[in-house]
Ligand binder design. Structure first.
Ligand code: 9MJ
Length: 668
């Protein structure tokens, strides 16, 4: 008879094999339905025997609690970046430097050639074959802990394949969004009336830096591995291609487009080929990387600053096209910033038709001397929105028109101000300005803020146009009848929305602060302010000095807070929201709260409360919730089916609480 323990191990191995075939080799041998059946069988065993859950179980990819912030991670070996070359000459100079260090400077050097992924570098730490940590590059020395998010990326193995695995290995690679996944994400954005992501890189970065890993899990991120950091208990092979073959054998995703060139000339041929065929690749690349293949020669070469001397990134030229400027208009953002935008005669650049290009700010317009009527070169570099690169001077007609910074906001007519030390000019209209109001309302209902499900950008616009929405507080007096009266809104959707609006009233202080849309006050600052002040009254009374006492709040953020709170109409909106019933758990009496200064981690399924609710209780008592257990963790709040975090807490001697024990502690 197979025991539950044996069956679970068998299922884990089978599922890992199928996932590898599906996500890494792109060569599945079972149907999705068969995979799901095995997965559900494992889930059922684990539900009945929580002690059998292992950190590398495929069921453990999702379900980690949202974290308050990403903890810093010090890389065992720094994560290097690459030096760039922009021409064949620069590439040959690189090769000449490499050959000088070789035994025979006349002999050609062999290079590994890799497409340069335009994503985010990550470091994956495997200890005895198990993924224990994933971190972003950060400044190269210290990155951010994104383990819970990376665990949701299906092509990243939670456990390496094979026996005789290294005691420890840091695998470096790039997280990116394949183009089909990017298109799907933007289709979903459009459906919800949200702004599209400008490019796959931004979308990948946004997906990886989600505080809630359950959101990352829904994003089709992929990874290619291409280098190593620290290694313990593993002898490196002689060459880079052998190393990549080893990574692939361990089940790690490695690009199929890598190859070996026997000389720098051969590298340049690969470059031309990849430049020509980049449009046919399923992901975006912004150049080609050449790496000395012989690892012993690499040792000889060493590194300069933060980049190895044995590798170079040969960048593709930014894509450019020429067109004319038909007009220059100013767009107003949420914080009132006026951005000059060139309206163009539509032109095809880098695979898309472009009819608008940013001019960034007035200084840029002056520096480039851009005028309406000019013929200009539009540049679309893989990772940025199209911009006006330069004017074609000899095509300037006589009747060009200079643009000036408007004195009044083009949307609301309020004064436009530009401070000495800022390149941006801003509309002073605040929420009087329709553009700012619309953006502020979109922000207010958004996910990290009041999180009103189904309340998209299009609805915000429609409600403003219908004169039903002026300030955030109006949201809470909308009726199902009013909503159902809007175009393309059925009665059922209207009823759902009213319910979503109602349930959003129950929030957290941190979300509420963030939702107000104060300049420079993001989700993290919102949490810091909430934890520090505890109550709305305390926050409303805070002066500059008190605000600067808050961790992460400097003079600039404090000044923005002050500026916001100094406006009576902002205070009126806050009062109206509270009057409408927006509320959050009160902190414990007596200031500090029982968990003041304590760091907690939540794991497993809690009885009767969601993790967000548990987090709110902890934060209301002054505690902080982070995503991973470390020596600095004070308590682990563990529910049903707690897995790796529980094991780690026990190993580190971190006190483990259940919900009742936590509440007893808070009440004490
Ligand atoms: C990218 N971005 O595709 C490296 N990279 O190697 C490849 N980056 C790299 N290699 C060492 N293919 C440091 C960075």
């Amino acid at each position: 008879m197979t025991t539950a323990h044996e069956r679970a191990a068998q299922l884990r191995a089978e599922l890992a094999e199928h996932a590898h075939r599906y996500y890494v080799l792109d060569d599945p041998t079972v149907s999705d339905a068969d995979y799901d059946r095995l997965y559900r069988e494992l889930e059922a065993i684990e539900a009945e025997h929580p002690e059998l859950v292992t950190p590398d179980s495929p069921t453990q990819r999702v379900g980690a609690a949202p974290s308050g912030a990403f903890d810093p991670v010090t890389h065992r070996q720094p994560m290097q970046s690459l030096g760039n070359a922009f021409s064949a000459d620069e590439v040959r100079e690189f090769d000449a430097r490499v050959r000088k260090a070789a035994a025979d400077p006349e002999a050609p050097v062999a290079y590994a050639v890799e497409p340069k992924m335009d994503g985010l570098a990550v470091s994956l730490t495997y200890e005895a074959g198990v993924l224990t940590r994933a971190a972003t590059r950060g400044d190269g020395a210290t990155g951010e802990d994104v383990t819970a998010n990376i665990r949701t990326v299906r092509s990243v193995p939670l456990r390496l394949r094979g026996d005789d695995l290294p005691a420890l290995i840091e695998v470096r690679g790039e997280v990116f969004l394949p183009l089909d996944g990017f298109a799907a994400m933007n289709a979903a954005q459009a459906e919800q009336g949200n702004k599209p992501y400008v490019n796959p890189r931004n979308a990948a970065a946004g997906s990886l830096r989600q505080l809630d890993p359950n959101i990352t899990a829904q994003r089709p991120l992929a990874v290619f591995c291409y280098a190593l950091g620290a290694v313990e208990g593993y002898d490196l092979p002689a060459t880079h291609d052998a190393l990549l073959a080893q990574l692939a054998d361990w089940g790690l995703p490695v690009s199929q487009h890598n190859s070996i060139a026997e000389s720098i000339d051969a590298c340049l041929e690969h470059y031309t080929q990849l430049l020509d065929s980049r449009g046919a690749l399923p992901f975006e690349i912004d150049g080609v990387v050449y790496k000395v293949n012989d690892l012993a020669l690499r040792e000889e070469l060493g590194s300069v600053a933060r980049a190895p001397r044995w590798a170079v990134a040969h960048k593709f030229p930014a894509e450019e096209a020429t067109t004319t400027i038909e007009n220059i208009e100013f767009q107003v953002g949420r914080t009132g910033a006026l951005t000059p935008v060139a309206r163009l005669k539509p032109v095809f650049v880098g695979g898309v038709t472009v009819s608008n290009a940013t001019l960034h700010n007035m200084d840029e317009i002056a520096r480039k001397d851009v005028r309406v009527g000019d013929t200009v070169v539009i540049r679309r570099a893989g990772d940025v929105i199209p911009e006006v690169a330069r004017v074609v001077a000899d095509k300037r007609p006589d009747d060009t028109r200079l643009v000036e910074l408007p004195k009044a906001c083009p949307v609301c007519g309020s004064d436009v101000q530009r401070t000495e030390d800022e390149a941006v000019a801003r509309c002073t209209g605040g929420l009087v300005c329709l553009a700012q109001r619309e953006a502020a309302l979109r922000h207010f209902v958004s996910r990290g803020a009041m999180d009103i499900e189904g309340f998209g950008a299009k609805l915000v616009t429609a409600l403003i146009e219908a004169d039903l929405l002026h300030s955030p507080a109006d949201i809470y007096s909308l009726t199902a009848d009013q909503l159902a009266g809007l175009e393309r809104m059925g009665e059922k959707s209207a009823a759902n929305l009213v319910a979503a609006i109602e349930s959003s009233k129950q929030t957290t202080f941190a979300r509420f602060i963030f939702a107000l849309g104060i300049r420079e006050v993001g989700e993290v600052t919102g949490r810091s302010l909430a934890a520090h002040f505890g109550t709305l009254d305390a926050l409303l009374e805070a002066d500059q000095e008190a605000l600067e006492q808050v961790p992460d709040v400097g003079p600039v953020v404090a000044a923005h807070m002050q500026g916001f709170l100094a406006e009576q109409h902002n205070r009126d909106v806050i009062q109206a929201l509270v009057d409408a019933g927006v509320n959050w758990p009160a902190p414990k009496a007596g200031g500090g709260g029982a968990l003041q200064g304590k760091t907690l981690v939540i794991t497993g399924t809690l009885d009767g409360v969601s993790r967000d609710e548990a987090r709110a209780e902890i934060e209301a008592a002054g505690g902080r919730v982070t995503s991973s257990v470390s020596k600095k963790t004070d308590y682990l709040l563990a529910g049903e089916a707690a897995g790796s975090k529980l094991a780690k807490a026990e190993k580190l001697g971190v006190e483990v609480l259940d919900l009742a024990a936590l509440r007893a502690l808070i009440a004490a």
